[in-house]
Structure formats: structure tokens, C-alpha cells
Write a protein that binds this ligand. Structure first.
Ligand code: SAM
Length: 266
């Protein structure tokens, strides 16, 4: 057995050690031998080896070079572990699935919290090639992802995630379950990308620009917040009240606003 790795703050390393949470995560993922399962940030392998035992094979993406030899050593005889030494933000999940002759892959991970939002947005870009995602995140981030219109924490992350996925918060995990304990509570969430016929067909960059502008000044009315992008008449054309505030709009309202913007821009 290797001595435990010294966790590195710069890589957002908090290693999960409490068995009951590891078991709950693996049960939530419920891996099958036919899955193409990809783990982001295996660390010391807390989730990797139980997942490998259940699925028989696993691809793990790890940025910290120092952790790789120990993962490889522990994998001997445990199943087919393929370790990709890379920054997950540079990994093309769609190409990864296709290279393996698969249309879809499943993604899981106890994410490094310092880049959790970029990782979420990166995964959403590849949502069409992903069956589901199971992530450990800061509880506060999961609350924002799942928030409904009118909630204080409803914002950019809620709208962008909900336009791409069904967001299912699963359970909370206390700081003491990790080494070292993070300063915040954590939660496990399941994200299931929407089926092709349920996804919107607006330009994603345009939707993002509108959502970003609308929530940048959340106390302002939409006609004020979106002034640079569209006028009150265009907002009305999207069947949205220009005097409303962003926090009261449903995710699909932003899609309609983006589409009106697209038409006007043509
Ligand atoms: N899965 C392990 C566990 O549950 O104990 C470790 C989780 S730890 C919170 C996050 C892991 O992500 C670390 O192993 C860290 O080195 C890795 N990591 C950090 N930044 C990364 C990146 N950009 N790409 C891939 N892995 C990264």
C-alpha cells in the first residue's frame, strides 16, 4: 500500500475517505460493464477503484502527475484503468467517445472546486455525447444549479444548466468526510442531458450573452439590463415583460429572447 498522498491546495485536492459516502456515490452511479465511464480527478482513487470493481473498466482524467504512478500501481489486477494525464477542460469528450466506437459516455467525479463552474460549462458543451454526470460539488453550487425562478440563488448557473440538463440534487456530504476537510459543505448531484428533441435550438453563445447581461444587474429591469443587446419592443416580441427582472424568468424565456435577437441581427 502507498502512503497517503499529501493533498495539494493548488489542485483543489480534498480526498474523500468516508466509506459510506463512497458507497452512496457508487450506488447512485450504478455502473454497468457496458458503460464507457470517465472519472474527472481520481486523486488517490477513492471512487476510482470501487467504480472499476463495478464496471470492469474506467478512464480517469488527472492533472497531477504525482498521483498517476500510485493509481497505476493500485490498478494492477483491479480491472482496465486507463489514465489520461490532462487538464479536463482540454479533453474533448465527444471525440473520446467516438474514438472508442461509442456514441455516449458517462462522467463522474469529486470535482476540484476551484474550477467547478468551468468544468460544468465544458461538460454541457459535450452534452450530446454524455448519458449522465454525477458530481460532488460545493453544496452552494448545487443549490444554485437546481434553483427555480424567484429563488434568491437563481441565476446564470441555474439557467444555463437547466437548459441543457435535468438537475437532480442527491445528498449532502459534510467536510469531515474529506482529507483535508474543505471549508464548505458538499453535495452530490446527478445531471442528465436533455434528449435532442427537448433541447433548444437557439445559438448557445447568444443565449449565454443574454443570460449573462440579464443577471449582471439582477435588480434592474430587463429593458435596462439588456439595453446593449435588445430594445423593449424586441423583449415584448419574445413574450417577456420588459419591466420584469431576470430572476423571475423561466430558462426558456431566455431562449426566446435569444431567438428574437438572432432574427433582428439577420
Ligand atoms: N476523486 C478523489 C477523491 O474523491 O478523493 C479526488 C478528488 S479532489 C477534490 C479533485 C481531483 O481533481 C484531484 O485529484 C486533482 O488533482 C484533480 N484535478 C484538479 N484540477 C484538475 C484538472 N484541471 N483536470 C483534471 N483533474 C484535475
Amino acid at each position: 500500500m502507498n502512503a497517503p498522498a499529501r493533498p495539494k491546495k493548488s489542485f483543489g485536492q480534498h480526498f474523500l475517505h468516508e466509506r459510506r459516502y463512497i458507497e452512496r456515490i457508487v450506488a447512485a452511479i450504478s455502473p454497468r460493464p457496458e458503460d464507457f465511464l470517465v472519472e474527472i480527478g481520481p486523486g488517490e482513487g477513492a471512487l476510482t477503484f470501487p467504480l472499476l470493481a463495478a464496471a470492469g473498466k474506467l478512464t480517469a482524467i488527472e492533472l497531477d502527475t504525482d498521483l498517476i504512478p500510485r493509481l497505476q500501481a493500485q490498478a494492477a489486477g483491479a480491472g482496465e484503468l486507463s489514465i489520461v494525464h490532462a487538464d479536463v477542460l482540454k479533453v474533448d469528450f465527444t471525440a473520446m467517445a467516438h474514438r472508442a466506437g461509442m456514441s455516449h459516455l458517462r462522467v463522474a467525479g469529486n470535482l476540484p472546486y476551484y474550477i467547478s463552474s468551468p468544468i460544468l460549462f465544458h461538460c454541457i458543451e459535450h452534452a450530446a455525447a454524455i448519458t449522465d454526470m454525477h458530481f460532488m460539488l460545493q453544496k452552494e453550487v448545487v443549490d444554485r444549479m437546481a434553483a427555480e425562478p424567484g429563488s434568491k440563488v437563481y441565476g446564470r448557473l441555474s439557467v444555463m444548466l437547466q437548459l441543457a440538463c435535468r438537475v437532480e440534487p442527491l445528498f449532502d456530504v459534510p467536510p469531515g468526510a474529506f482529507r483535508p476537510p474543505p471549508k464548505v459543505d458538499s453535495s452530490v448531484v446527478r445531471l442528465v442531458p436533455l434528449a435532442a428533441d427537448a433541447r433548444h435550438d437557439a445559438d448557445p453563445a447568444r443565449v449565454y450573452a443574454i443570460v449573462k447581461a440579464a443577471f449582471a444587474q439582477r435588480r434592474k429591469t430587463l429593458s435596462n439590463a439588456l439595453r446593449q443587446l435588445m430594445d423593449a419592443d424586441a423583449i415584448r416580441l419574445a413574450d417577456v415583460d420588459p419591466k420584469a427582472r431576470a430572476e423571475t424568468l423561466a430558462p426558456m424565456d431566455f431562449v426566446r429572447l435569444a431567438k428574437i435577437g438572432e432574427e433582428k441581427a439577420m
